[in-house]
Design a protein around this ligand. Structure first.
Ligand SMILES: Cc1ncc(COP(=O)(O)O)c(C=O)c1O
Length: 404
């Protein structure tokens, strides 16, 4: 051992090992960037008394529709609600099969079950982490009614292939755009390819209303149907209860749900949407810094966006392969937490969950890419709220945890 090594060893014995970030400053994963405009807008709702569905919801619907270039937008209280109502409005029900990816949030699958249909899982392409169109085509049966692609992390699915398959077999497409507000594919916005596009405005998403969601559709009848279903099944005119036009009777025309968005939520969303491009640019910048800083480390970084597409940069996911790092993903997460850096997992594969195994007999090993990715994936902080120091802390923590 040379003298430098001895002194380094002595120092590490006498000094406590400090985390990369001071302990009082835990970096919360997915913290939203909320500004004064949102505060003022919410205060305005509180002062005017418009708390529930009202003019701000109508404004958010209009502005989101314009941003996405869609004919109709209906605001709801989550993407889960958006997916559920889209399934119902697409007449998906008992006896139908709906195909989706094995690497997604449970809500994508649960809403297929809520509609009474049977979910059929498809493995992902290991590079894009998106549903594999070839396997979709191979799994179509006479019962298949729809495909639910998820634009994972904000990277668009291969929509040319999926639309071709859907047209050939008369299937509906319901896009799960929870990660994909800014996503485009060959110039066309995600959420406008199929019958419905479903968005999430959950607290960690690219724009937030705390909890919230939006449904896009090109068809006026479909828009009317999801509106009715989102408000107890009351006829469309019932929404006028939320205007200042005076009392109006309403009539229940089917058994609906309580899925409407509140003005207090829309107050956040209006300003989040105005800042969408700026926040996207900041996340793209952080993404690029991570890509270059992590290129030489023993982990797998995300594939670059495909040409002709716009990636929404919702998640920055790396893969921790214990054969390369001597570290499991879960140990990496524990060590990052010790360094005061919050991380996420998107996602363990759907078939590892006991409910689905018991109900559908799914075996995780039948979806090998999703299984492996689900065991190795970690999402690092990518919020536009991150300062330069935060980004540097994440990088230092990753290097320290990987001993680089
Ligand atoms: C891919 C995907 N689908 C659906 C959802 C459900 O969104 P929400 O929480 O708005 O219901 C999420 C939320 O995390 C998601 O990531």
């Amino acid at each position: 051992m040379d003298s430098t090594a001895i002194s380094a060893a002595a120092a590490s014995e006498s000094e406590p090992i400090k985390p990369v970030r001071a302990s009082e400053e835990f970096l919360i994963f997915g913290a939203p960037l909320i500004c004064e405009e949102e505060e003022r807008e919410i205060l305005n709702s509180l002062r005017t008394g418009w708390l529930g569905t009202g003019p701000k919801v109508a404004q958010l619907e209009r502005e989101f529709r314009e941003y996405k270039g869609a004919a109709h937008a209906v605001a709801v209280n989550s993407c889960t609600a958006a997916l559920h109502l889209s399934m119902l409005a697409a007449d998906i029900g008992p006896g139908d099969e709906v195909m989706t990816t094995a690497l997604t949030f449970c809500a994508t699958v649960n809403t297929i079950i809520h509609a009474g249909a049977k979910p059929v899982l498809v493995d992902v392409d290991p590079t894009t982490l998106n549903i594999d169109p070839e396997e979709v085509a191979a799994k179509i049966t006479s019962r298949t009614k729809a495909i639910v692609p998820v634009h994972f992390a904000g990277r668009p699915c291969d929509m040319d292939a999926l639309v071709t398959i859907a047209q050939r077999h008369g299937l509906k497409i319901i896009e799960d755009c929870a990660h994909a507000v800014e996503t485009t594919y060959k110039g066309r916005p995600a959420g406008t390819f199929g019958s419905f596009g479903c968005f999430s405005f959950y607290a960690t998403k690219n724009m937030t209303t705390g909890e919230g969601g939006m449904i896009l559709t090109a068809d006026e009848k479909d828009a009317d149907r999801v509106k009715i279903l989102a408000l107890h099944g009351m006829s469309k005119d019932a929404w006028q209860r939320f205007s200042d036009a005076g009392y109006k009777h309403y009539y229940v025309v089917e058994c609906g749900y309580k899925y409407n968005m509140m003005d207090i939520q829309a107050a956040l969303g209006i300003h989040q949407l105005r800042r969408i491009q700026k926040n996207w640019e900041r996340r793209r910048e952080i993404w690029a810094i991570y890509q270059s800083e992590f290129a030489s480390l023993p982990l797998t970084v995300p594939a670059p966006p495909d040409e002709g597409t716009r990636h929404a940069y919702h998640l920055y996911t790396v893969l921790i392969d214990p054969r390369r790092t001597n570290l499991t993903r879960d140990q990496f997460i524990a060590d990052m937490t010790t360094e005061n850096i919050g991380v996420g997992v998107h996602y363990q594969s759907i078939p590892v969950h006991p409910y689905y195994q018991e109900r559908f007999g799914w075996r995780p090993e039948d979806y090998p890419h999703s299984l492996r990715i689900g065991e190795q994936t970690v999402s690092l902080p990518l919020s536009p709220k991150l300062t330069e120091r935060d980004v540097a802390d994440v990088i230092r923590a990753v290097r320290k945890v990987l001993h680089h």
